[in-house]
Design a protein around this ligand. Structure first.
Ligand SMILES: [Zn+2]
Length: 164
């Protein structure tokens, strides 16, 4: 058993307004077909080859028009590569994956906003509850004052008045 040194998470500091959006991780890939690896994302490849198996099949090379990431794989030779994912297929997969990610990020930001709203709402409720409790407490204190105490207080007031 190895004991690795333990480090706390290192979070980038950002202005508060951006924090909510920045808490949600969003990919910054140039190519959403291969996610900048040069190999078509296996989940996407399966949309085109329904029984595609990553471990068994040739590597589907990304041929999206603006993606140059596949060059490093080309030297593996044709027997290892599946070149059938032509540019129009990769473009389609790129669009599909891009849209999926857009929706995922939107949903996550929405969920976070709802959570933050819920938290601040419960904060308001707590405050009102406490305010009400304080009013009730004050009223109970006043009600607890006996008539003798009232008389004494009235007397003291009058006495002060006499002295003045
Ligand atoms: Zn690509």
């Amino acid at each position: 058993m190895m004991n690795f040194p333990q480090l706390p998470p290192s979070k980038p500091t950002r202005p508060e307004s951006e924090q909510l959006h920045e808490e949600v991780w969003r990919p910054d890939w140039q190519c959403f077909c291969c996610q900048d690896t040069g190999i078509v994302n296996p989940h996407l490849a399966r949309l085109v080859i329904s029984d595609y198996v990553w471990e068994r099949d040739r590597l589907p090379i990304c041929q999206a028009p603006k993606c140059g990431k596949s060059s490093r794989w080309l030297r593996l030779g044709n027997n290892n590569l599946d070149m059938r994912f032509i540019s129009t297929i990769c473009q389609q997969l790129d669009m599909y994956n891009r849209e999926n990610w857009r929706l995922t990020v939107e949903r996550k930001v929405f969920d976070l906003q709802a959570l933050v709203q819920k938290r601040s709402m419960s904060g308001i409720l707590d405050r009102t509850f406490n305010d009400n409790r304080e009013i009730q407490q004050r009223k109970a204190e006043i009600e607890a004052i006996t008539s003798e105490q009232w008389m004494a207080m009235a007397h003291a007031y009058r006495g002060e008045d006499d002295e003045a």
